[in-house]
Design a protein around this ligand. Structure first.
Ligand code: FDA
Length: 505
């Protein structure tokens, strides 16, 4: 395989990557996707592709000897995590000094492990964050295009009101209402019709069996079922799994050469490949794409990359928190793992917050109300190249999350006051802690649009080199990010195919 050439390579198989590959394939461009994770389509001995949340095994985690669930404890006890064999599992937690980032690994990237919440950002905030992007075009053309291709659907409000599986959300809605706060339904890519059949016992349970962060065996319309299936259907796109790109360099004729390690699922490197291409699309996610470019710049492989590469990173203001309800206000032993409601206080100028009402599908009554708050935190981190480890290291301090905690606190203090309730202090590890401020699900930025790239994701200083994923978004978007990542990738690839790729053929 060494020395092979393909016209286009896409690194990764998450949202930005999947959009780019589909549109390149449709344009007739032979395209190779390189994904470091596995293809998740083969049942293991237990008959399931993915393991559940309550009994995780090696399939759950990317090379860990113990699972690292976001809620690490209950009553301060380490009862949630399990020892496992290191393996190419589906959820990774990447640790930096003062921030850890959850990411999906496998064909479909984050879509395999995320909550499926498909939210179009508030237009005013989108315009504030990405002023150089034509918002009218985004809201009229690319957001609808993304929603259709992602198979975004809506929960039936009547069913939501009556089902035991969303009692937790109704309880939180009522309590938010007492504090004068509005809630809104949140669309999803999980098939809500399928979920109703789970509830009646007509279909195998997935969302209603607590599956989500380690993969859904049913119901979730992840990218492998949508964009990537369509991309493969063009006959022009190929996906290689357990292929990790380690370095990028450029040849005298302008083509790019990738160094790639192919491993087995236990992590043993089997082969080293060099793959050349004319057009190179980085869709390895905010962490992955940024690391590849920071490394390329600082090792001298791509010396013309500008100083903006590595800048502008943020966790989308993510803060998790839990509240303890009164005994007479149970949240339900049965909870769907797919969120359906958000508390929308984004227009509050003092502390904008959009808080997902998150389930805690423990299978027993916990009286816990759980939330993922998305706040507006102006702090940004920077990736720097560490020569000793050959990794990009995130410079971000815990204190930089203080504005996000403050905003979340101002909202949940109001809810607690109105309901005479308290925070839970036992959910985020052994110490007394009511706000998670050291991990996130929504890494954004590192190769910001219009700074490290032009207005369409073309990397500054180079031709035919593109960033297509969450690295383009400058650290915050105010809602769960994958619809924005998808729509922005749709917008950019349309222009790039018309102006760069077709011209070169
Ligand atoms: P993404 O991270 O999806 O894909 C990158 C891919 O590239 C991965 O498959 C990775 O393995 C691969 N890769 C990385 N480096 C590589 C290399 N060097 N070589 C080869 N392959 C490489 N968002 C939302 O909108 N709604 C939600 O409900 C949630 N919920 C949620 C829950 C959890 C638990 C997580 C972890 C995340 C979410 N998110 C979310 C966030 C969402 O999943 C995330 O924003 C997107 O997946 C990011 O899409 P990207 O295209 O940027 O990359």
């Amino acid at each position: 395989d060494s020395g092979s050439f393909v016209p286009a390579v896409v690194i990764g198989t998450g949202y930005g990557a999947a959009v780019s590959a589909l549109r390149l394939g449709e344009a007739g461009i032979p395209t190779l996707m390189l994904e470091m994770g596995q293809l998740w389509n083969t049942p293991a001995d237990d008959g399931n592709v993915f393991c559940g949340m309550l009994k995780p095994d090696r399939r759950s985690s990317w090379f860990k000897s113990r699972t690292e669930a976001p809620l690490g404890s209950f009553l301060w006890l380490d009862v949630i995590n399990r020892n496992i064999d290191p393996y190419a599992g589906v959820l990774d937690k990447v640790h930096f000094d003062q921030m850890s980032v959850y990411v999906g690994r496998g064909v479909g990237g984050g879509s395999l492990v995320n909550g499926g919440m498909a939210v179009v950002p508030k237009r005013a905030y989108f315009e504030e964050v990405l002023p150089q992007v034509d918002a009218a075009q985004m809201y009229e053309r690319y957001f609808p295009r993304a929603n259709a291709a992602l198979k975004v659907n809506h929960i039936d409000p009547g069913w939501f009101e009556e089902t035991e599986w969303y009692k937790f959300a109704r309880v939180s809605r009522e309590q938010a209402g007492k504090a004068g706060l509005n809630t809104t339904f949140v669309p999803n890519v999980y098939d809500f019709d399928y979920m109703r059949r789970e509830a009646t016992g007509e279909a195998p349970k997935s969302a209603l069996a607590g599956e989500v962060i380690y993969g859904n065996n049913h119901g979730k319309q992840s990218l492998d079922k949508t964009y990537l299936a369509a991309a493969l259907g063009t006959g022009k796109v190929t996906i290689e799994t357990l292929h990790r790109v380690t370095a990028i360099r450029q040849q005298a004729d302008g083509s790019y050469v990738l160094s790639v390690d192919q491993s087995d699922a236990n992590g043993t490197v089997i082969t080293h490949k060099e793959i050349a291409c004319r057009h190179l699309f980085l869709g390895a996610g905010s962490l992955g794409s940024t690391e590849l470019l920071v490394r390329a710049r600082d090792t001298g492989a791509l010396p013309h990359l500008n100083a903006e590469v590595g800048e502008g990173w943020g966790p989308n203001g993510n803060i998790m928190t839990g509240r303890a309800n009164h005994v007479w206000n149970p949240t339900g032993a049965h909870q769907s793992s797919i969120p359906a409601l958000g508390i929308d206080d984004w227009d509050n100028p003092a502390a904008p917050v959009f808080a997902e009402i998150a389930p805690m599908p423990a299978g027993l009554e916990t009286w816990v109300s759980l939330y993922l708050a998305i706040t507006k935190n102006p702090e940004r981190g920077t990736f720097v190249y560490d020569k000793a480890t050959d990794r990009a290291v995130l410079r971000w301090t815990r204190e930089q999350n203080a504005p996000a905690v403050e905003a979340a606190k101002s909202l949940f203090d109001r809810i607690n006051k109105a309901n005479t309730t308290m925070y839970r202090y036992d959910l985020f590890g052994p110490q007394l802690k009511n706000f998670s401020d050291d991990f996130c699900y929504h890494p954004l930025g590192g190769c910001v649009l219009g700074k490290a790239t032009d207005g369409y994701g073309r990397v500054a200083g180079y031709h035919n080199l593109y960033v297509t994923d969450g690295a383009l978004i400058p650290g915050s978007i105010g809602v769960n990010p994958f619809v924005t990542i998808t729509a922005l990738a749709e917008r950019n690839i349309e222009r790039i195919i018309a102006e760069d790729v077709k011209v070169a053929r």
